[in-house]
Design a protein around this ligand. Sequence first.
Ligand code: 13P
Length: 239
Amino acid sequence: MSAPKLIVGNWKMNGLTADSKQRVDALMAAKSAAFNMVLCPPATLINALNWWTKDSALKIGGQDCHAQASGAFTGNISAQMLKDLGCTHVIVGHSERRQYHKETSAEVAAKAKAAHEAGLIAIICIGETDAERTAGRANDVVSEQLAASVPDCATVDNTVIAYEPVWAIGTGKVASSDDIKGIHALIREKSVVKAQILYGGSVKGSNAAEILHLPNVDGVLVGGASLKADEFLAIANAA
Ligand code: 13P
């Protein structure tokens, strides 16, 4: 059998205790040799999710971390702190962080390094904007971000690459199978580390099977559809 697919839910800035408990209870029944599931809730819910899911196969991740282990960085959370709470993964370099917080690929690499030092798996996000794609620069942008965002300490065990075309995030516009095949093959070829490669951007139950079975697609990073347990389960069950 092929390696289990990695199904990651990024809740972004969504979720309060009551609705999250209901969602997690529904997901805990999900078990299959075909996939591994990671939930990335807002930091406020990480402790609760780790407690609720302690007897399940679900893993928990953070949505971001600081590059330093500790210090005078009000409002930030370090990779060590996420590890301390029981996280196994952390997303770094999400396009919303790159866009709204002006994070550069060098900063993303520093965060990924901090994640590795803390013993976390870094899910490193890369992807082109609509303007870059229209200008025919998608391959160049993805190659540049890949080269600059993955730190030297990356290994197959501590790193996952997520290709998330910015124009497909939260828009309902999913990349075509040919687009995904092309960019994932490029990432596979250019990546110095043989990491798993996820696709993200408007993944839902109805398109997950096609995406998950494309060559070089090792899983999916899901935003909106991960907030509905039945939809997220439909995606996982397509693996
Ligand atoms: P959507 O699935 O809502 O398009 O979001 C994708 C994403 O940004 C996951 O990190």
